[in-house]
Design a protein around this ligand. Sequence first.
Ligand code: GUN
Ligand code: ZN
Length: 381
Amino acid sequence: SQNSAIIVHIMNNFTYTLEHSDGEARAGQFSTPHGTIQTPVFMPVGTQATVKTLDPLEVEAIGSQIILSNTYHLYLRPSADLVAEMGGLHRFMQWPKPILTDSGGFQVFSLGPHSKIDEDGVTFKSHIDGSKHRFTPESAIGIQEKLGADIIMAFDECAPQPTTHAYTKAAMERTHRWLLRCIAAKTRDDQALFGIVQGGVEADLRRESASFIAQQDVPGIGIGGLSVGEPKDQMYGMLEETTPLLPRNKPRYLMGVGSPEDLLEGVARGVDMFDCVLPTRLGRNGALFIPEGRLNIGNAKYAREDAPIDATCDCSTCQRFSRAYLRHLFRTEEVLGLRLATLHNLRFLIRLMEQAREAILQDRYQSFMDDWLSRFQTIPH
Ligand code: GUN
Ligand code: ZN
């Protein structure tokens, strides 16, 4: 059938294979110089070249296929030159599998309120010591080439929301011009440069941006500017404007998303890749994902509970430790608590995407998602 026709895109060292689709939901594979990623996939975030609290061996053991890191942070500390001198990001942090780096555009705006944008680039102040720096499309590519990730992102402008249609359009058009400069600046063929769709919450601009990015010779496509405070239904609506216009033979990456329900809703609308600090950040705050929603481990009602966090979870935390013990670790501020919670939350999202992939391959994605969402409540337990 057409749903299981194998569709392939090959560019240098990168091949995307669309194995199967079920409605808009897709099961695929993306091969990179450091291994093949099975999609849909959740990418743990390692902003400072570390997935906070975990040894990379543990990150691998929970089924992570690819991690994300940040140009902005690594450029400021320890610098791209130092990482390059140490053999690149994979060797420096001892992570042998694929890595994706974000380009820095988004972080400049979210961390440096005093950044100034012009046609050529962005001038910003370091959030660490206030020192002045500048990124351009060319320097963002140069830095990402020194870091050496498998997937690198175009330098874009994510217009701060809420804003006008006119400003969103200007930012989108600049992002398109900057993508052409990123493509021209790129020198390595062992890195995949993804373009980024912008357009805020404006349906016409989303369609225009999707069409423009779809025409470019890039091996994958990021969808940016979402999950920045807009209502969830609006984000889902923007995805519905965007993904139908993208080529079927390239992976789609929804940047900075997110929650378990957003991952499932994103997959239903044709997204293949996700990243977010949510599971790791929530975990360090004692908020743990369970099939019924979110559990706050500090709650007194767990003081004598011998059961694991999630009896249906296959992570090492849930195999070995009780809710009572986890609660004790959080109340005494022991670092082991942060580690065990991070492991569980990451495994929860990685397994959710593994289950989604199985459901797509078996043409039962919609019922899998409906069933899963009917159990999952967004209010804390
Ligand atoms: N991370 C989350 N959203 C975005 C975005 O719009 N652009 C970039 N570069 N990174 C992001
Ligand atoms: Zn678990």
